[in-house]
Design a protein around this ligand. Structure first.
Ligand SMILES: Cc1ncc(COP(=O)(O)O)c(C=O)c1O
Length: 355
């Protein structure tokens, strides 16, 4: 498979950057000047280019739209005080994209193609990376099946695309979640462990029902018994009980979050007791009722560390400890920001400078 493709670059005639305050834009609504595109056909990656961000002609018969061969990633770039732009753990996203690609019978994107497209794009659009404390450039790499054909079959052609948008906070406030025990997100043998677009489509209806009841998100439980926590929206979920950090163990129904992995690495480095295992609703609700649940939060690239201050279960609402009392998640949130903004030593080698 060809991995060294020349990337042809067509620059935008006039940047749109001056139309926006990148430190103050709604998440996911404003896109940078350029995008990266690579095209797959005839069993190989044939073409790679950067062009001005724009709508592009695609067929309504395109197989991604009908049969769901569509996968994506979410990652971020940060600007430090010297104005340098760095990516956080980009290879983890590249590897996860390929894990998704294999499961969805799509072609893998070679590391070199992924990384060179990404860094060329970021060099051009570095001015769009926010400088604010909680700001970053959200990067959306995605792979879609582009065969113009109705009929369920594995597509022969694909596009791998990267678009970017400046982003502030995903949740402006701590959130309330509903423990979902009717619907489920993923089953064993399914695609819960990959970032397939369909995973998100199927979550919309249960999430809407939860939002109508005043919750921001659902927390999914296992499909077989609905007794164990899985994850929430676009976040993995964590608890602190008895000074121990608890999180559901990875399985084929849970996404292997890059943020989850980073939080666990920091906790272990700080000598905190960490348990990755099945976490039952009963155990957590017993801790809540006994006043022993110290912290509950979600973690993900978009949401960063999202404090969960309320939980609904079995028709009852429970208040969780106030955010000011949450030592671990406050510290881990701060340390991740410090590493990303270049203020703390990058002892795990997570940051990759691109410009
Ligand atoms: C379902 C799901 N779980 C967890 C996460 C968190 O993963 P990460 O930390 O890699 O963003 C995400 C976001 O990508 C997600 O969509």
């Amino acid at each position: 498979m060809t991995t060294t493709l020349d990337i042809s670059i067509t620059k935008i005639k006039e940047s749109r950057l001056s139309h926006y305050d990148v430190n103050n834009v709604a998440f996911g609504k404003c896109f940078t000047d350029h995008m990266f595109v690579a095209e797959y056909a005839n069993g190989q990656w044939e073409k790679a280019y950067i062009q001005p961000y724009a709508d592009v002609p695609l067929s309504y018969a395109m197989s991604a739209l009908h049969y769901g061969q569509a996968i994506f990633e979410g990652m971020k770039a940060y600007k430090n005080e010297k104005g340098e732009v760095s990516l956080f753990r980009p290879l983890a996203n590249q590897k996860r994209l390929n894990k998704s690609a294999v499961r969805m019978a799509m072609p893998e994107v070679p590391e070199e193609l992924f990384m060179s497209g990404l860094s060329e794009l970021l060099k051009l659009d570095a001015g769009w990376v926010p400088t604010s404390e909680t700001g970053s450039l959200y990067i959306r790499p995605f792979l879609i099946a582009t065969d113009e054909a109705i009929g369920v079959k594995i597509s022969d052609t694909y596009k791998f695309i990267i678009i970017c948008c400046p982003a502030g906070k995903y949740y402006s406030e701590p959130i309330k979640v509903l423990v979902e025990t009717d619907f489920f997100r993923a089953v064993h043998g399914g695609v819960g462990f990959v970032k397939a677009a369909g995973n998100y489509g199927r979550s919309m209806y249960p999430t809407r029902l939860a939002q109508q009841k005043g919750y921001q998100q659902v927390i999914w439980t296992d499909s077989e018994t609905h007794k164990y926590f899985e994850e929430s929206g676009t976040m993995n979920v964590m608890f602190v009980i008895n000074d121990t950090l608890l999180t559901p163990a990875l399985s084929d129904t849970i996404l292997d979050g890059v943020t989850r992995n980073s939080v666990l690495a920091l906790a272990r480095d700080w000598g905190m007791k960490v348990e990755e295992r099945k976490v039952s609703i009963e155990e957590v609700m017993t801790a809540v009722e006994a006043g022993k649940l110290q912290e509950m939060f979600g973690c993900g690239t978009a949401a960063t560390i999202a404090q969960i201050v309320g939980i609904g279960y079995n028709g009852k609402d429970y208040d969780l400890p106030p955010v000011v009392d949450r030592k671990f998640s406050t510290k881990v949130d701060e340390e991740l920001r410090n590493i990303r903004k270049g203020r703390s030593a990058d002892k795990f080698g997570w940051m990759l400078k691109v410009s």
